[in-house]
Design a protein around this ligand. Structure first.
Ligand code: HEC
Length: 111
């Protein structure tokens, strides 16, 4: 049931991401990584890293989740996408992806 809801939302996200997100990445590329996160990632992962519940993303503040993932897995996830999350390879520079991994890790230390 939840899966069906998520699937039905997919086209909406695809449009939002294609229309809005890609140009923003370029516009943000000179800015700080927090700005990139807040414009590109927070719509699903929330500014506090806990995520929008209905999308079932990981809770970045959860120490158990943090421990279950290597940095390499996070880089791959951001580049190629996971589940409903789109891949950001091409839209983000490798250095930005690396900085985002650092930012995601920082949520785990903020408790
Ligand atoms: C359309 C909503 C959406 C957007 C936008 C999004 N994510 Fe995600 N993200 C998710 C969901 C949902 C998951 C969990 C996917 C799963 O496990 O099935 C996820 C998973 C992840 C993971 C975990 C990968 C793993 O190894 O399990 C990381 C890290 C992540 N996102 C970072 C980001 C970053 C950084 C951005 C911005 C550049 C971003 N996400 C944008 C929805 C999104």
């Amino acid at each position: 049931m939840k899966k069906a809801l998520i699937l039905s939302l997919l086209p909406i996200f695809a449009v939002v991401i294609l229309v809005a997100a890609r140009p923003e990445v370029t516009a943000q590329s000179k800015g700080g990584i927090v700005g990139v996160y807040n414009t590109q990632c927070a719509k699903c992962h929330a500014e506090n890293g806990k995520g929008i519940e209905s999308l079932q993303p990981p809770d970045f503040t959860d120490a158990k989740w943090q421990a279950s993932r290597t940095n390499k897995q996070l880089v791959t996830g951001i580049n190629n996408g996971v589940g409903v999350m789109p891949g950001f390879k091409g839209a983000l520079k490798p250095a930005q992806v690396a900085a985002l991994v650092g930012y995601v890790r920082a949520f785990g230390r903020k408790k």
